[in-house]
Write a protein that binds this ligand. Structure first.
Ligand code: GLY
Length: 356
C-alpha cells in the first residue's frame, strides 16, 4: 500500500512509515504497549530504534507512567534531538505524547495508534495528557506529533469490545461531519462490526481522520470549532464516571454512544433537532447494541429509575468543562451538523429531569 498523507497522518504499514521518521542520524526511542510489542519489535530492531515495553492501562496514564518513560529516556541519555515514538492505544499515545512534550522542554514525537479509538480520535490532533486525582486528561499539553502512522491492518486482531468502543467515536465523528457516510456505516455495522473487512475499516478511518484533521486545523487549542469533537462526551463522561465509581466500568466508546443518544434528546428538547431524527439516531445506536444512559446506569451501576436523573445532575455540576454556572454542550442540528453551545447548568439539569 502506498502511504497517503492527510495533514500529518500517514496511512500505510509501519515498516513503510518508519524510514522517513528515523532518517537524519538522530537517535529514536519508542514506548510500545506490551500487548503489541511482539508485532513491532522486529521492525524497531531493524531500524535501530531503542524501545521499552509499557504495560498500558488507564491507571498508568499518570505521573507514575510519566516517571517510568522519562526515567528510561534519561537512563538511555536521550538528548533534545531524539525522536520518541508512541505505539499502542490511546493510553500509550496520550502518555507518550505528553512525555515527549515535557522531556527536556520538548522533543519530537510520532505516534502509531493500534486501536480503532486511537486511530480515529486519540492519536490525531495533538492533545496529550495524563489523569490526575481521578480527573481524566486534567494535566496535558497541545503538542503536534511529527507524524501519525495509521495501519488499519493491525485492527484485525483487536478484541470486539475495543472495536465497538472505537466505532462509537467513529460514529460520533460522522454525526459531526458526514451524514451519508454515517448512514452507510450504520448499515454496514448492523451486519456485525467484527465482519467489517480492512477496506471498509480503512475507508472509515480515513474519513474520520479527514473530518477531525479539518476541525483541528481550524482550532488546534480548542477555543471554538474543536469543541464539536466533544459531542456525546458531557453526559457520556458522567455515565462513564458513575459506572467506574460503582466498580463496573464501561468502555469509553459505550459511554460516548450513550452520550450521543442523550445529546440527540437534549437537542430535541432545545428545539434544534427534529424529534423524528433524534429518535432515529437513538434507534441506530441501539440497533448496534449500544445502550442509552439509563440502560448503562441501571446495568453497570445498579441505579433505580428514580436515581438516574439526580446522579447525572450531580455529575453535570462537577463537570470539568463547567464554567461557573455554564457548561459547554454539543447539540446536534442534523446529521453532519452540530454546534457547541454554552448551556445554563440549571437548564441542563431541568432537561435531564424531564428526560429521565
Ligand atoms: N478527542 C477530542 C479532541 O481531540 O479534541
Amino acid at each position: 500500500m502506498e502511504p497517503v498523507s492527510v495533514e500529518n497522518v500517514v496511512f500505510g504499514p509501519f515498516g513503510q512509515c518508519l524510514p522517513s521518521l528515523v532518517q537524519g542520524g538522530d537517535r529514536a526511542f519508542a514506548v510500545v504497549d506490551s500487548a503489541v510489542a511482539d508485532r513491532f519489535a522486529p521492525v524497531l530492531d531493524e531500524f535501530g530504534v531503542e524501545w521499552m515495553a509499557f504495560r498500558a492501562s488507564e491507571e498508568r496514564k499518570s505521573f507514575e507512567g510519566l516517571q517510568e518513560i522519562a526515567g528510561w529516556l534519561l537512563e538511555h541519555e536521550a538528548d533534545r534531538g531524539a525522536l520518541l515514538l508512541g505505539i499502542g492505544g490511546g493510553v500509550t499515545t496520550d502518555l507518550t505524547g505528553f512525555a515527549a512534550s515535557v522531556y527536556k522542554r520538548g522533543i519530537r514525537y510520532a505516534l502509531v495508534p493500534t486501536t480503532l479509538l486511537a486511530q480515529v480520535d486519540a492519536a490525531v490532533g495533538g492533545k496529550t495528557g495524563i489523569d490526575f486525582h481521578g480527573c481524566k486528561n486534567v494535566i496535558g499539553t497541545f503538542s503536534m506529533p511529527e507524524a501519525v502512522c495509521v495501519d488499519t491492518a493491525v485492527l484485525a486482531s483487536l478484541p470486539l469490545e475495543e472495536l465497538r468502543s472505537g466505532m462509537a467515536e467513529a460514529l460520533k465523528t460522522l454525526v459531526i461531519g458526514d451524514a451519508a457516510m454515517y448512514r452507510e456505516a450504520v448499515e454496514r455495522m448492523r451486519g456485525g462490526m467484527e465482519r467489517l473487512g480492512d477496506n471498509e475499516l480503512s475507508a472509515l478511518v480515513r474519513r474520520c481522520v479527514g473530518i477531525k484533521s479539518g476541525i483541528v486545523a481550524a482550532d488546534r487549542t480548542e477555543k471554538g470549532e474543536r469543541m464539536k469533537l466533544n459531542l456525546g462526551h458531557t453526559l457520556g463522561h458522567a455515565a462513564e464516571s458513575v459506572c467506574l465509581e460503582a466498580g463496573r466500568p464501561v468502555t469509553h466508546g459505550e459511554a460516548v454512544a450513550a452520550g450521543i443518544i442523550a445529546a440527540a434528546a437534549v437537542s430535541w428538547k432545545k428545539g434544534v433537532l427534529d424529534r423524528s431524527l433524534a429518535e432515529s439516531i437513538c434507534n441506530d445506536l441501539k440497533s448496534l447494541g449500544y445502550s442509552d444512559i439509563p440502560g448503562l446506569l441501571s446495568r453497570h451501576a445498579g441505579l433505580r429509575e428514580e436515581e438516574i436523573a439526580p446522579k447525572l445532575s450531580e455529575f453535570v455540576l462537577n463537570d470539568k468543562k463547567r464554567n461557573k454556572d455554564f457548561i459547554n454542550f454539543v447539540l446536534i442540528r442534523g446529521l453532519g451538523s452540530v454546534m457547541a453551545e454554552v448551556l445554563d447548568v440549571n437548564e441542563l439539569q431541568g432537561i435531564i429531569h424531564d428526560l429521565y
